[in-house]
Each structure stands twice: as C-alpha cells, then as structure tokens.
Design a binder for this molecule. Sequence first.
Ligand SMILES: NC(=O)c1ccc[n+]([C@@H]2O[C@H](COP(=O)([O-])OP(=O)(O)OC[C@H]3O[C@@H](n4cnc5c(N)ncnc54)[C@H](OP(=O)(O)O)[C@@H]3O)[C@@H](O)[C@H]2O)c1
Length: 322
Amino acid sequence: MDQTAKIFVAGHQGLIGSAVWRALHSAGMPHILVQTRAQLELTQADAVDAFFKRTQPDYVVLAAGRVGGILENKTHPADFLNTNLSIQQNVFASAHRYGVRRLIFFASSCMYPRSCPQPMAESALLTGQPEPTSIAYAIAKLAGVQLCLAYNQQYGEKRFLPVIPNSAYGPNDNFNPDTGHVLSALIARFVKAKREGAAAVTLWGTGAPKREFIHADDIAAACLQLLSKDISTLEFPVNLGVGRDISIKALAQSIAQTVGYTGELIWDTTKPDGAPRKLLDSTRIQTWGWQPTIPFEAGIQSTCDWYVTQGVNQHPATTTSA
Ligand SMILES: NC(=O)c1ccc[n+]([C@@H]2O[C@H](COP(=O)([O-])OP(=O)(O)OC[C@H]3O[C@@H](n4cnc5c(N)ncnc54)[C@H](OP(=O)(O)O)[C@@H]3O)[C@@H](O)[C@H]2O)c1
C-alpha cells in the first residue's frame, strides 16, 4: 500500500478492528488513525463529519458497530438497529464527502435467509427471511450493504466494499458469557469452570447447530488485500469464510479439551439454538485471490492462551491518534 496513505480503523479496540490495526502496523503503515469511542462517538453525525474534515483519511475500515450474541440481540433489538444504522450512515456520508478512496464495511452472515441453501452464496441475499432472533441486526447490515452498493452505483466508482465475514474469533473478543459470541463465551466459561473445579457446565440449546469460524487475523489479511489490490474483477458484497463448519457440541468439546476442563457438559434444550447452519460460500473472494491461513485448532489454542494470559481488557497500543 501507499505508505503515505492515512487509514482510519473505526473500532480499533474490538475483535476485528484490533486485528486490522495489528495487520496494518505489521505492514509498516505509518498513518493509522484511531479513536476510542469516548473520543469519537460514531452515532453523532456532526462529530464524525468534523473528524473526517480534520483528518482526511484515504481509507476507512469500519469495524465499529453494536455486536453481540443471541441474548443481546433478543433483549436490545432497537439498539442493534438504531446504532448500526446511524454509524453506517454517518461514516459512509463523511467518507463520500471527503473523498475516501476505499471503505470496508463488515456485514454479517445473519443477513442470509434462515432456510438458505448451504453453503450460502452472495446471490441468496434477500431471497428469504433472516433468523428471527437477530433480525434487527440483520436488517441494519442489509441496509449497510445496500448503501455501499448505492454509493458505488450512483457515483460510478467501486469505493464502498461490503464484506460478509462469518463468525469471527481471536484476541480482544468479548469474552463475557452473557453478551459475547458463542466461541469466546465458551472459552470464558470453561476457563472459569476449570479454575473453580466445577463438576458440570450447562450450555444453551442442543449443541446441534453448525457454525463456521474465521480468525480475525484472516479477516484483517483480507482487508489489506481489498484496500491495496485491483478489485475491478471482484463483485460485492463478498463472503469471507474458511469453507468448513463445526457443530456447537464439537466446538464445546474442543474448547473444553484445549483449556483442560474435564467435567460434564449439560445441554439446556429449553434455550434457543438460532439458525441450524450458516456456512458461507467463499468462492468469489477465493477465486479473486484471498485464502485463509490460520488452521482452526491453532486459532482456538492461541485464542485460549491469549484469554488466559492477557484477559479481555487487552487492547492494542494507540499509534496515530487523530
Ligand atoms: N464478530 C463477528 O463474528 C463478526 C462477524 C461478522 C461481522 N462483524 C461485524 O464486524 C464489525 C466489528 O465486529 P467486532 O466483533 O470486532 O466488534 P467488537 O469487538 O464489539 O468491537 C466493536 C468496536 O466498535 C466500537 N463501537 C461500538 N459502537 C460504537 C460507537 N457508537 N461509536 C464508536 N465506536 C463504537 C466499540 O467500542 P467500545 O468497546 O468502546 O464500545 C468496539 O471497539 C461489526 O460491524 C460487526 O457487526 C462481526
């Protein structure tokens, strides 16, 4: 990438944003713009506009948003819809106004119809109703994808790049069992159970649903390619997955083994499962030239190690703070 380019990573303390920050830092990019939420509240249009006007970023990776697991989605649907819609609208409008060259927007596999044929190809979007437990989040993300495509169409340039990663994991994830995603919540619960010598751990649902997990560093590597390479042949939105899924039961067993928890796993089948399967068809981006590189077992091991040694509050050091 052009070493003089200024890149704004929105949400740099989160799971995906911190991975993008690490990748840019490792690539020697000297001008990475970051703001904590206290410094820049992205739902505030005037503040976002002032930030873009002052800093004039060349590239934007929008990794800020309201994110959470099933329980969070069910209890705060209005917040999920409102917050994500306004962040998207504000950041896209300012990016357009101040001439950003490329912006990556992270959409979600929750946008696909609940009964979508597997693996889910990009062409299946808007062919059916998304899973009801996360529909507010899904609608916000669908609106974000359409807004990207609308800017590209109206202004005749491919600058707004909607990317659909499957379930991400890695350092700086939300490991809170009540609000986090399944993989990080399982790590936290098994580490705690092991420390406390618990005889059993009760988990939500049947364990039957299958999910595809992608390490945040693989997502970040894809971002660097999307910002720096020729994208003229790549159609958007584009799925980003590893091409392999695993049942929640097998995932739980794998994490329990990795952290050394040997107690019993009890499945509370009165709790919701969510969508039965969500495997992405990532042929489009793989044909273009991106491949995941982090094997699942190694990714789980390093994420468990990170959680045990550094905990949930480890954030990347701040470089260029605008
Ligand atoms: N995680 C996944 O599996 C996954 C999969 C597909 C797509 N995505 C999408 O990828 C993006 C990043 O996800 P993530 O998992 O990395 O999220 P995350 O770990 O929760 O991080 C989100 C970041 O955004 C910041 N943020 C949230 N609301 C903000 C606001 N109003 N103003 C300024 N900053 C705000 C948060 O700051 P605070 O912590 O200070 O609130 C945090 O640093 C999201 O758009 C998400 O929908 C995630």
